[in-house]
Design a binder for this molecule. Structure first.
Ligand code: MLT
Length: 248
């Protein structure tokens, strides 16, 4: 499966994996970080990547990302994932720990969906099948950014969400509903891990980030003020500074 990938800059390879229902565009503000080769895939069915023919899991998303690294001859990289992208990074740490030089977990969590969460995903799948992704966009957009986000930024996030395909959204909802709990993996991570969260994130709140950072042996936690779920878009200066300081 070939993905649409932004590949820009030179230096330490950093693979940025987007969340749901989003695309590589959510990392636009990070592309200016110098000294890094930014590799930013659109996951299948999102942005400019075609949807997969078969059902996806967090592991098959991770394999699709690794395929892009193989195609570029990149053995090891830092992996950064926001929200669902974080779930993919944890799958990657499970299936190919030798490829991971370091990890950045952004506004995400290690736990699986509870019964109510799973039901919500399958209800959303039924809605998308019936009438497209609009209900998913409308219900998630207000939770993506902090209350103080500009209208322009909200419009930008809406546009990114609306570029997702029905098939990609359905596949990802199912993959998220069925993803395993990664709690037992955290103490085994033996790479440097940066955990970043916006203090106004209502989807994966700071308590999730604090719990993950406490469970990971070499973790540093950064809480970004006045930022919601997409902290890398909302407070790019603070976010990029934290990444530069850690990856260096
Ligand atoms: C995301 O931003 O990727 C999603 O909110 C993750 C989720 O719904 O669990």
């Amino acid at each position: 499966m070939n993905l649409n990938v932004i590949d820009s800059g030179s230096g330490t390879p950093v693979v940025w994996i987007h969340g749901f229902p989003l695309s590589s565009s959510v990392y636009q503000p990070q592309m200016s970080i110098a000294g890094m080769r930014h590799i930013v895939p659109d996951l299948p069915g999102f942005g400019r990547s075609p949807a997969a023919e078969s059902d996806m899991t967090m592991e098959t998303y991770a394999q699709a990302v690794l395929h892009e690294l193989d195609a570029r001859g990149i053995e090891q990289a830092w992996f950064a994932g926001v929200s669902m992208g974080g779930y993919v990074c944890l799958a990657l740490a499970r299936i190919a720990p030798e490829r991971m030089r370091g990890l950045i977990l952004i506004d995400t969590r290690e736990t699986a969906d509870d019964a109510q969460g799973k039901k919500g995903r399958y209800d959303s799948i039924a809605k998308v099948r019936h009438g497209g992704i609009a209900p998913v966009v409308e219900s998630m957009l207000p939770k993506m950014l902090s209350a103080s986000a500009s209208k322009e930024l909200v419009a930008e996030v809406r546009e990114i969400m609306e570029s997702s395909s029905d098939k990609g959204v359905i596949s990802a909802l199912r993959a998220m509903a069925e993803r395993p709990d990664s709690s037992a993996l955290l103490p085994k991570l033996n790479v440097p891990v940066l955990v970043i969260v916006g203090d106004e994130d209502v989807i994966t709140p700071p308590s999730d980030a604090q719990r993950m950072a406490a469970a990971i042996p070499n973790a540093k936690l950064v809480i970004i003020k006045a930022a919601g779920h997409l902290s890398q878009m909302e407070k790019p200066e603070e976010f990029n500074q934290a990444v530069k300081a850690f990856v260096r």
